[in-house]
Design a protein around this ligand. Structure first.
Ligand code: PEP
Length: 257
C-alpha cells in the first residue's frame, strides 16, 4: 500500500521566526505518527538549512526551486549539489507558478526533473490544466502531453522517488477545489499512464492532489482510491490547519488517534 504524503508549499510566505515556530509546534505534536506517513515542508530557501537541522523525524524539508546546471553564471539560482551540501534531498518541480510567473518551459522542467532524479532527490512533479483547457474539455489530452514531456523518456529505475501532484491551475489559491468526480477522473487517468509506462513501479508512485485543499475537505479528497495525499499551499501556512490535514491523512490510512 502507498504511504500517504502531505506536503506544505509555503511559497514566498512566513518570516524565519514563524517558520521555526511552526516546526517546533509540529515536533511537539505527539498525536502525529510521522512514521506512518510522509510529511514534507517546502519553505523559502533561506530557511532550508536551519529547518533541516531542526526538523523532527519523519518530516522532510524540501526546496521549492533549483537550477539544473551544476554551477556557473546563473545569478540568483541554487544547484542540486548545494542543496545536497545542506542535507536537502527533496525538491518541488513544475509548479504552475514557476511555469507561469517565471516562464519555466516544459524543456526546463524536464531538465530539472532529469537532474533531480539522477541525483537521487525525492521529487514532487506538478502538472495541471488551466481554466480554459478545462472548459475546452481537453484536460486529459493536455495532462497526457505534460506527462509525456516530463517523464515520458525517463527510465523507471530513476523515478522510484518521484511523486506526482495533480494541481488544476484554476483551483490553486482560488478557494475552488476540484470536485471528487474531477479528481477521480484525473487521478485514475494518471495512474493508468503510470501503469502503462512504468509497469514495475507504476502502482507504487504517489499521486497527490493540490488546489485549495484544506482541513475541511482533505479527508474526503484523500479517501479517493488514487489520491495518495496532498500538496497544500494556503492552508499549510497555519500550523493547526496543517496538522488537521495530516490527521485526515492518518484517518484515511486507518491510523487511530
Ligand atoms: C499550491 O500552490 O501548490 C497549492 C495547492 O496552493 P493552494 O492550496 O493555496 O491552492
Amino acid at each position: 500500500m502507498r504511504k500517504k504524503m502531505v506536503a506544505a508549499n509555503w511559497k514566498m510566505n512566513l518570516l524565519q521566526a514563524d517558520a521555526l515556530h511552526f516546526l517546533e509546534a509540529i515536533s511537539k505534536s505527539h498525536l502525529i505518527d510521522f512514521s506512518a506517513l510522509d510529511a514534507v515542508i517546502f519553505p523559502p530557501s533561506i530557511y532550508l538549512e536551519k529547518m533541516i537541522s531542526r526538523s523532527p523525524q519523519g518530516v522532510q524539508i524540501g526546496a521549492q526551486n533549483f537550477y539544473f546546471e551544476n554551477n556557473g553564471p546563473f545569478t540568483g539560482e541554487i544547484c542540486l549539489e548545494q542543496l545536497k551540501s545542506i542535507n536537502c534531498s527533496c525538491v518541488l518541480i513544475g509548479h504552475s507558478e514557476r511555469r507561469i510567473v517565471f516562464s519555466e518551459t516544459p524543456q526546463m522542467i524536464s531538465e530539472k526533473l532529469n537532474a533531480a532524479v539522477k541525483n537521487g532527490f525525492n521529487c514532487i512533479l506538478c502538472i495541471g490544466e488551466s481554466q480554459s483547457v478545462r472548459e475546452s474539455g481537453d484536460h486529459l489530452l493536455f495532462l497526457h502531453a505534460q506527462l509525456e514531456e516530463s517523464i515520458g523518456q525517463l527510465d523507471e529505475n530513476v523515478i522510484r522517488n518521484l511523486s506526482l501532484a495533480y494541481e488544476p491551475v484554476w483551483a490553486i489559491g482560488t478557494g475552488l477545489t476540484a470536485n471528487l468526480e474531477q479528481i477521480n477522473e484525473v487521478h485514475n487517468f494518471i495512474r493508468s499512464y503510470l501503469l502503462k509506462h512504468f509497469p514495475t513501479i507504476g502502482s507504487s508512485l504517489r499521486i497527490l492532489y493540490g488546489g485549495s485543499c484544506n482541513e475541511q475537505n482533505a479527508k474526503e479528497i484523500f479517501s479517493c482510491p488514487n489520491v495518495d495525499g496532498g500538496l497544500i499551499g494556503g492552508a499549510s501556512l497555519d500550523c493547526s490547519k496543517f496538522l488537521e490535514i495530516i490527521r485526515a491523512a492518518h484517518e484515511v490510512s486507518g491510523i487511530e488517534h
